[in-house]
Design a protein around this ligand. Structure first.
Ligand code: SAM
Length: 230
């Protein structure tokens, strides 16, 4: 049996590639985007009442990692990329039906557009449904997860003086909290856990329309080298 689903909208996100996106929502509160709703959901009717809600659940497609053959085991980055767990014990992107879910902050709404922050979604992500977060039902005080018991420990992010100036200038141009976005995302240490970075090795990612480059002068420390137009 199969069912057909179709997106209610698409996310325009600060994240233009998968690398350096936080592994869950809220880890980078400065990560912002706009959910652009598709007809017939793009009028004030479908969002009537949503102004009374601070956070929403988004159900979406991992559209860049869809696979024909379902995996039964996955290697969560959280476990270093070597250990495997059953697909249903993980929130990895490779999964049956390719469906993701994130609770995100709803900053502003207008017909056809929802402004979001704290997102972990790639630009162009198709959203299948939007549901209000219901604190009394969704907060589970006694919940535990021994695979991911706490957020990843953040690492230090330092700036080359020029890079910080560049980031401030682009933040003003974009009218976005770009300095905070870079600090919050790099503090998650986006490098694959199995890679031991040498100080010579350069890393880079595209946020909005700027390329951010950094290196690891020593283990556990990131130095942002430049923030330049892509
Ligand atoms: N919060 C969601 C969940 O639990 O279903 C996503 C968790 S998943 C571990 C987060 C990662 O998904 C991000 O780090 C990013 O690299 C990846 N991602 C985000 N949007 C995606 C998309 N549209 N297609 C494929 N991968 C995506």
């Amino acid at each position: 049996m199969s069912y057909v689903v179709s997106p209610v909208g698409f996310v325009r996100s600060c994240f233009k590639e998968k690398f350096a996106i936080p592994r869950q929502p809220h880890l980078a509160p400065a990560a912002r985007g706009v959910l652009e709703l598709q007809p017939p959901f793009d009028t004030d009717t479908a969002i009537d009442g949503l102004e009374q809600v601070s956070h929403v659940w988004l159900l979406f497609m991992f559209h860049q990692t869809l696979e024909d053959k379902p995996r039964l085991k996955v290697r969560p980055p959280r476990l270093g990329g070597n250990a495997t767990v059953g697909v249903f014990a993980s929130r990895a992107t490779h999964r049956p039906n390719g469906i993701g879910q994130s609770v995100v902050k709803l900053d502003r709404i207008e017909p056809g557009r929802l402004w979001l922050s704290g997102i972990d979604l790639l630009d162009g992500t198709p959203v299948l449904d939007i549901k209000p977060y219901v604190p009394y039902a969704d907060v589970v005080a006694e919940a535990r997860n021994d695979i991911a018991p706490a957020p990843p420990h953040p690492i230090d992010v330092h700036w080359h003086a020029n890079a910080l100036q560049q980031a401030h200038a682009h933040a003003t141009r974009l009218n976005e909290p770009l300095v905070e976005l870079i600090e919050q995302c790099l503090a998650q240490d986006p490098r694959p856990a199995y890679q031991v970075p040498t100080p010579e090795r350069r890393y880079g990612v595209l946020f909005w329309d700027v390329q951010v480059r950094w290196h690891y002068p020593q283990p556990g420390l990131i130095l942002v080298l430049e923030v330049v137009p892509a």
